[in-house]
Design a protein around this ligand. Sequence first.
Ligand SMILES: Cc1ncc(COP(=O)(O)O)c(C=O)c1O
Length: 371
Amino acid sequence: MDRILQLLEQRAATHSLRQLSYSGSGIDFFSNDYLGLAQNREIWMSVHQRMIDTAPKIWNGSTGSRLLSGNHAFMEEMERYCAHFFKGDAALLFNSGYAANVGLLSSIPQKGDTILYDEYIHASLKEGARLSLAQRYGFKHNNLESLESKLKRATGTVFIVIEAVYSMDGDHPPLSEIIQLAKQYNAVLIVDEAHSTGVYGTFGEGWVVEQGWSNEVDIRIHTMGKAIGAHGACIIAAPKVIEYLINFARSFIYSTAMSPHSYFTIQVALEYLQQHTVLLQKLKTNIRLMQSTLCTYPGYIPSSSPIQILQLSGNKAVQALSGYLNQQGFDIKPILSPTVKEGQERIRCCIHAYNTEEEIQQFNTALINYV
Ligand SMILES: Cc1ncc(COP(=O)(O)O)c(C=O)c1O
């Protein structure tokens, strides 16, 4: 226990102690609810009604793992719906993106195989790779030479793991070049679409579909807790991969399935998106507006996604700026080391379809006054 206390003290001394707080009532520049679906009354009411109409009995919980008492026909229907929506062959729903990524990477790569991952991938993918018996190596962020040099030395089946939008930088990978390399070295390509689901594509099918590469990417992870405004995640892959995950992904097997309510929320939200593409347009307009505001500041990381970054150096400096922005009425959080590398601490600004032009202008004025 002494060690635990020491580690907490170390965190406090380096201004990186994590603490729970309530989400504010200010202008939202921090949630992942990019389209406002988590707060959408129409979706909320429809889910309630659909459960009353469809459920054969009261269904507060799923009652068990999908492999025991927790599976129901509507869940499998939902998975077929997801496969169709995301333009894939088959889908499997997990309780969260975290559970999906850990289950996927811990089970599919085998002893003797190699996982090559972009150094900026999400903690859940790294955790999955760590649990795998395969060897694992990071390559430099979005750096094709670094990836290729690792591909040349890789053994067994090789898995390349990237994100469609990097969660801490908001940038995209050089996808067509990575697809070429994956083909050349016969590697399996895995793309996490956590921050691109609901945001790209005609109806929010994601960035890979928008780019026209859905047939070239072997496995995609679409999370439902961000732009979809719900919870859970689906893996899109070939039917045999899905069958394998049902048999070997421990985070799927040994966990109670999501509540029926969560499944219905996902389905209603995806249906809603198909009928309200105007939300995607509004989000894109707001992203462009924020880009043109932030690009004049040193430390801006170019991004065309809803994640817009101002990089500063040092936890104290970032905390001071975010504290000031909070006082000015903006809900925004600092991203501290060790979440990002020391010296790369940042303000992470999430843009939404429901942010107004005035809010973005107010944000710019606040930044001007701070400097
Ligand atoms: C890239 C990425 N993948 C996976 C996850 C985990 O998803 P979930 O929040 O549904 O567990 C996140 C969450 O922040 C993420 O940013």
